[in-house]
Design a protein around this ligand. Structure first.
Ligand SMILES: [Fe+2]
Length: 301
């Protein structure tokens, strides 16, 4: 597998104060020094940051940061993309270091989603301490890094985009879903594809066949217990955060959690209990009922 996990997100934001309040009071993320004016770094674990929020004039996902476990896998991903004629830009050493990587390159997937792909991560070197006393976010499986969660990206050209991740970056199918929002016998449904990387998360990238102005459908963070999910839900309700979906359990990755709106317009899935398949003994699924229970949606404004 060329790519191993989701390292970070870079998020463009119009209202940094709203993000500060949301990240610290609702998520329970830890503020870290970004070293730059108008840029917020938030930690979820031992890494220097998992969310980099850059003040600007648009609420827009600026990059999905993916991680290769080794230099060899990073070289392979870069060579695959170059061989396929995909435009890639290798970042300077200083740029890579600012992202917490030894080396980094940038490219764009066929749906227009900007990617940054690195290897050789740095660590913060100080303990993670949540301002909300969250008892840690789940980013490790033993000593194995799992990344901080997953990201679901828009892709109208979903088949071409899936092929990009599978053919060039080493992703593979976990689940293919059709979501029937309109209802009725004539509803063709919308495609959603869930792809795993080398790490044990059920999916690292999801692709959704509908347009999303923010460039991100949702990102997931995982905690250790149902109580941590419930306490996050209490904090979200207390803060007046829009609850996009009630508590529920997904059919495919078995994650139990709820969805809430961020100041960036996209959702965060706050969950626990996601499965970690053994990819040598795994059969991809095709899902037409996305939840075992719950997840009543309110898309709001
Ligand atoms: Fe999700």
């Amino acid at each position: 597998m060329a790519v191993h996990s989701l390292a970070y997100l870079v998020i463009g934001a119009r209202d940094l104060d709203a993000w500060t309040n949301y990240a610290e009071s609702v998520i329970g993320a830890m503020r870290a020094d970004s070293g730059a004016e108008g840029v917020l770094h938030y930690r979820l674990d031992h890494r220097p940051f998992r969310w980099r929020i850059e003040g600007g004039d648009a609420d827009k996902l600026l990059a999905t940061g993916l991680e290769c476990a080794t230099r060899e896998n990073w070289d392979k991903a870069l060579a695959n993309l170059k061989g396929a004629g995909v435009a890639v830009e290798v970042a300077s050493a200083a740029e890579a270091r600012a992202r917490g990587f030894h080396d980094l390159f940038r490219c764009v997937d066929p749906a227009g989603n900007p990617l940054e792909i690195g290897w050789g991560h740095t660590v913060a070197g100080t303990p993670f301490v949540s301002p909300q006393a969250v008892d840690g976010f789940i980013t490790l499986d033993g000593d194995l890094d799992m990344g901080f969660g997953h990201a679901v990206l828009p892709a109208q050209n979903i088949d071409e985009t899936r092929a990009f991740y599978v053919d060039h970056l080493g992703f593979a199918n976990s689940d293919e879903m059709r979501v029937f929002m309109a209802g009725g016998p004539d509803d063709p449904g919308m495609g959603m594809h869930f792809l795993h990387a080398g790490g044990p998360r059920h999916h690292v990238i999801g692709l959704a066949q509908f347009p999303v102005p923010s460039g991100l459908v949702h990102t997931m963070v995982e905690v250790a217990t149902l109580d941590e999910v419930g306490m996050a839900l209490d904090r979200a309700l207390a803060a007046g955060t829009h609850i996009s979906s009630t508590l529920g359990k997904h059919t495919n990755d078995k994650m139990v959690g709820f969805y809430m709106r961020t100041p960036g317009g996209f959702d965060v899935e706050y969950g626990f209990g996601g499965i970690r398949p053994d990819w040598n003994n795994f059969t991809p699924t095709f899902t037409i009922k996305e939840d075992l229970w719950g997840h009543k949606w309110d898309f709001g404004q």
